[in-house]
Design a protein around this ligand. Structure first.
Ligand code: SAH
Length: 387
């Protein structure tokens, strides 16, 4: 016997759970012993054998999010969660010193850390936490205690997708942090993501290595992460372009935080599709395309593919000979293979010989459970336009 209510799977629907996939969809469920949102449940095969333990959500097609696999049912108490949080902390302590210096990074990457539904980003001594469903929401106190024990005292929390985040105690206007000795500020309350796109840190460091003496256009710039790294790498001129007034203001504020950067920096509030269409030939040595997810669902993939292709085609046409295109997609529904096809067909249509120099992805503080390939979402390519 186990202490939690059971959720029984339909016959033939056990396979994904046996392979440690952390999601059980409503169509796989035959019967449940609870309807309570956020209840801890045991997922069982039709004969009642436990396959895993997770959180129940009666309101979502994603009925159970599993955080534990196997017949043994864990005692899910504070110590259980503390051990998982500590494992996530230790992973970062081990891997981050091997990479780009930073004091902002993802501390918990949901399923990738065995903590489904929990996103926790650290910004120096502050943190931004997302607990957008009832199961994870019950862990708020445990996560806060854990963070305080690590000296992280200012915490912003978002408790549901449709409610704005809020600071727990004292409010901060912004969080300040460094990536690669470039200084940034962002606001978890009115920013995008948890305030910053931490997942592009290693790719910004790569751009920086190529930037010396170059002119760079940073499209879909948000707060200027790529653009300011290009300046730090010695770019002579950089233009950051974003449709959002707030993003453009954040670029300017972030630029001012780095008075030592000597190249020319310009910001433009514009629709990047339009902006790219109006670029003359030989407009830049390097163009970065880091748009928002064009495909939010499987159904939107065709349209998204056209969007990614259009901007890549426009950018490739505008590059100087030997110029580089850094192009990204954060759509989970556009996989690596499709993204390559899109970029390569843009190159063919642009009529330029193009070489593939790098294939990029999310950094290791955004780990992917190999049983949950959906966790791998960020992909990028560096293409060189030869003549
Ligand atoms: N490159 C950024 C992250 C970009 S997020 C970084 O390194 O942090 C995507 C950005 O695209 C958002 O800031 C959003 O305001 C902007 N955006 C969305 N649609 C746009 C469009 N059509 N033209 C220009 N910017 C757009």
């Amino acid at each position: 016997m186990h202490p939690y209510p059971s959720v029984f799977l339909k016959s033939g629907k056990e396979r994904a759970v046996l392979r440690h996939h952390p999601w059980v969809f409503s169509g796989a469920v035959s019967r449940t012993e609870t309807e309570s949102d956020g209840a801890i449940v045991c997922v069982c095969n039709p004969s009642g054998e436990v396959l895993g333990t997770g959180w129940y959500n009666p309101h979502s097609p994603l009925r159970v999010r599993l955080f534990h696999f196997g017949t043994e049912v864990p005692r899910v108490d504070a110590a259980y969660w503390q051990a998982k949080l500590e494992a996530a902390w230790q992973l970062r302590e081990t891997i981050l010193p091997l990479h780009t210096p930073t004091n902002a990074y993802r501390l918990v990457h949901a399923e990738g850390d065995g903590l489904p539904g929990i996103i926790l980003d650290r910004y120096a001594q502050a943190a931004s936490l997302q607990l957008r469903s009832a199961g994870p929401r019950a862990l708020l106190g445990i996560v806060v205690d854990f963070l305080r024990s690590k000296g992280i005292t200012r915490i912003a929390v978002q408790e549901a997708e449709d409610t704005p985040p809020a600071w727990l105690d004292e409010a901060l206007d912004e969080v300040v942090f460094e990536e690669n000795d470039v200084h940034f500020a962002a606001n978890p309350l009115d920013g995008q993501k948890t305030g910053w796109f931490l997942d592009q840190r290693e790719n910004r460091a790569l751009l920086r290595r190529y930037a010396s003496g170059k002119s760079v256009i940073d499209c879909f710039s948000y707060g200027g992460g790529f653009g300011l790294h290009a300046l730090a790498g010695g770019a002579t001129e950089v233009t950051s372009v974003d449709i959002s007034e707030r993003a453009v203001a954040l670029c300017q504020a972030n630029h001012q935080r780095n008075p030592k950067l000597s190249g020319k920096y310009t910001t433009r509030q514009a629709d990047c599709f339009q902006y790219l269409r109006e670029l003359p030939a030989h407009a830049a040595d390097i163009i970065v395309l880091d748009p928002p997810a064009f495909a939010k669902s499987e159904r939107a993939v065709d349209r998204a593919a056209r969007g990614y292709k259009d901007i890549a085609w426009l950018a490739l046409k505008a590059l100087r000979p030997g110029g580089l295109l850094f192009t990204f997609s954060c759509s989970q529904h556009v996989d690596n293979y499709l993204f390559r096809q899109i970029a390569f067909s843009a190159a063919v249509d642009a009529g330029r010989p193009v070489q593939l120099l790098h294939q990029l992805h999310q950094p290791p503080d955004h780990p992917v459970s190999i049983y949950h390939p959906e966790g791998e979402y960020l992909k990028g390519l560096v293409l060189r336009a030869e003549d």
